[in-house]
Write a protein that binds this ligand. Structure first.
Ligand SMILES: *[C@@H]1O[C@H](CO)[C@@H](O)[C@H](O)[C@H]1NC(C)=O
Ligand SMILES: *[C@@H]1O[C@H](CO)[C@@H](O)[C@H](O)[C@H]1NC(C)=O
Ligand SMILES: *[C@@H]1O[C@H](CO)[C@@H](O)[C@H](O)[C@H]1NC(C)=O
Ligand SMILES: *[C@@H]1O[C@H](CO)[C@@H](O)[C@H](O)[C@H]1NC(C)=O
Length: 471
């Protein structure tokens, strides 16, 4: 085995690390599924409708002149304008260890003395955004679009669905380009907490040459999976792979972006960045046919996250926390990542909150506090033994808003070794010298407390959590 020859393969794999479930589950930790992966000759289902050319829906409303809503609420965390690091991008000296105890004065003097060193400059989504511009946070007529950014990048569209029957479905399409020919990683999972043996998971590597974007860059089509949208808010998704699924997402809150939508690492054209757009709350309707040939409903509440990571994932962020909560009244997601040491090991977060199907706003004040940590012997990472999540901000009417919940992290859906597909030797080499990416997913019912001014709402939520580690 020549390391040289496998390098492109390795890099294209690494390209899919961020928020992806690129590889197979770690076998040892889970009961063997005898049905998996022996489905090479999946029989064609004659009753399944063929939909080669996605039919045009003449009743689908055109939304060319999307009206701007000047009253659209938004958050302005009070700390935002007081915190000087928001005004002055934090510059780090070459000594990364300084960053942990930076006080305002130090930030200022580092800025003064390192003005020619722009390479370690981190810009958060709200840096330099004035309050008026925050009203533009809803994407409006733009909607969510693919960028297929030049250079090394990974762009993912992930659909999370909390199903009405308590199950969970997720589908992710990751377009990864590291200059060795792009590829598309398709992953999906159906999870039934009452019957965890029904935890259909599949991940496939597809050639990106078949990935076709629509002219407006909103929809994409591949034979195996396609997503079609007229407005970048409402989506029709078709999975036509070994398992089949078809679902539509009707946006209940419109597509949203926090501030500039991206955290930029460094300056200039070639700067790396991590960007997110999302539709926080949609109604999902559809069906899926599982590996056991049973058909299940995909009716539920969905969240769509469109993420772009330009640059090498492990060089930008080494830890990710992701939570999305679905209650009778609340839908809330929290995404945060910790930058690599080079970028100061800083947590960067964003969150959107909707109550009763109405977007309250988005904030960068997102926090997570583990109860404790325990080493996972399989991955070697310290995994939280429970975690409290909260996010807060000020509503445009001046009321403070806070969402908080505690996750026991007992019901692990999956631990995924993102390098599991590589040969053992190569895997060990990468794990030792480059990165050891693992992703964990939990699906649980917990209690959330929502504070809106004087009003306190408590409710049960279904909670999806992901934690990923790369170092
Ligand atoms: C994924 O597919 C692409 C294109 O088909 C190929 O070049 C690449 O080597 C594949 N990667 C893996 C990990 O199989
Ligand atoms: C679509 O994306 C391409 C390149 O990514 C860009 O050149 C083009 O202008 C975009 N089209 C629209 C309608 O945004
Ligand atoms: C999404 O579709 C629904 C139902 O067709 C429509 O009422 C709504 O305006 C659409 N949303 C956007 C943001 O276009
Ligand atoms: C899903 O929702 C649609 C529309 O409300 C309904 O027609 C269908 O029966 C539902 N499916 C299931 C399995 O509940």
């Amino acid at each position: 085995m020549h390391f040289q020859a496998t390098t492109p393969l390795l890099l294209s794999l690494l390209a899919t690390l961020f928020l992806t479930t690129a590889a197979q589950p770690v076998k040892s930790a889970y009961p063997e599924d005898p049905a998996y992966p022996e489905t090479p000759t999946y029989p064609k289902d004659p009753t399944y409708p063929e939909t080669p050319a996605y039919p045009k829906d003449p009743t689908y409303p055109e939304t060319p002149t999307y009206p701007k809503d000047p009253t659209y609420p938004f958050f302005l965390p009070p700390s935002f304008w007081q915190d000087p690091t928001h005004h002055h991008p934090l510059r780090l000296s070459s000594s990364d260890s300084l960053t942990a105890c930076l006080c305002d004065q130090l930030v200022f003097s580092l800025k003064m003395y390192s003005s020619t060193d722009s390479t370690h400059e981190l810009h958060r989504p709200l840096d330099g955004v004035n309050p008026e511009d925050r009203k533009d946070a809803p994407l409006g007529p733009e909607g969510i679009r693919w960028t297929l950014a030049s250079g090394a990048s990974t762009e993912t569209q992930t659909y999370y669905v909390a199903l009405d029957d308590g199950c969970f479905f997720f589908l992710q399409v990751a377009y990864a380009n590291f200059g060795f020919g792009p590829n598309v990683q398709l992953s999906y999972r159906y999870y039934d907490p009452k019957n965890p043996s029904i935890s259909d998971f599949r991940s496939a590597n597809l050639s990106a040459s078949k990935f076709k974007l629509s002219e407006d860059n909103r929809s994409f089509h591949m034979n195996e999976v396609s997503s079609s949208t007229k407005d970048g808010h409402n989506f029709s998704v078709l999975l036509s792979f070994k398992e089949k699924a078809q679902f539509t997402l009707t946006a209940e809150t419109e597509a949203f972006r926090l501030g500039k939508g991206r955290t930029t690492f460094g300056v200039g054209e070639d700067a790396s960045y991590i960007a997110h757009d999302w539709v926080l709350q949609s109604r999902s309707e559809g069906i899926i046919t599982l590996k056991d040939r049973s058909t299940r409903s995909l009716n539920g509440t969905a969240t769509l996250v469109h993420a772009i990571q330009r640059g090498r994932p492990y060089a930008l962020a080494t830890k990710w926390r992701f939570a999305v909560a679905y209650g009778k009244r609340l839908t809330c997601n929290m995404i945060s990542f910790q930058t690599s040491e080079k970028w100061g090991s800083q947590w960067v977060g964003q969150s959107g909150i909707a109550i009763d199907g109405k977007m309250l706003g988005a904030t960068d004040q997102v926090f997570g506090e583990p109860d404790g940590e325990e080493e996972d012997v399989v991955s070697g990472y310290s995994i939280p033994t429970g975690q409290t999540y909260w996010c807060e901000g000020i509503l445009s009417d001046g009321r403070p808003c806070k969402v908080k919940f505690h996750a026991p992290m007992k019901q692990l859906v999956e631990r995924i070794d993102l390098l599991a597909q590589l040969p053992w030797m190569l895997r060990k080499v990468i794990q030792t010298f480059v990165t050891r990416p693992f992703l964990y997913q939990w699906w649980e019912t917990v209690k959330a407390t929502i504070t809106l001014g004087d009003e306190v709402i408590e409710e049960d939520i279904q909670l999806l959590q992901e934690a990923s580690f790369m170092r």
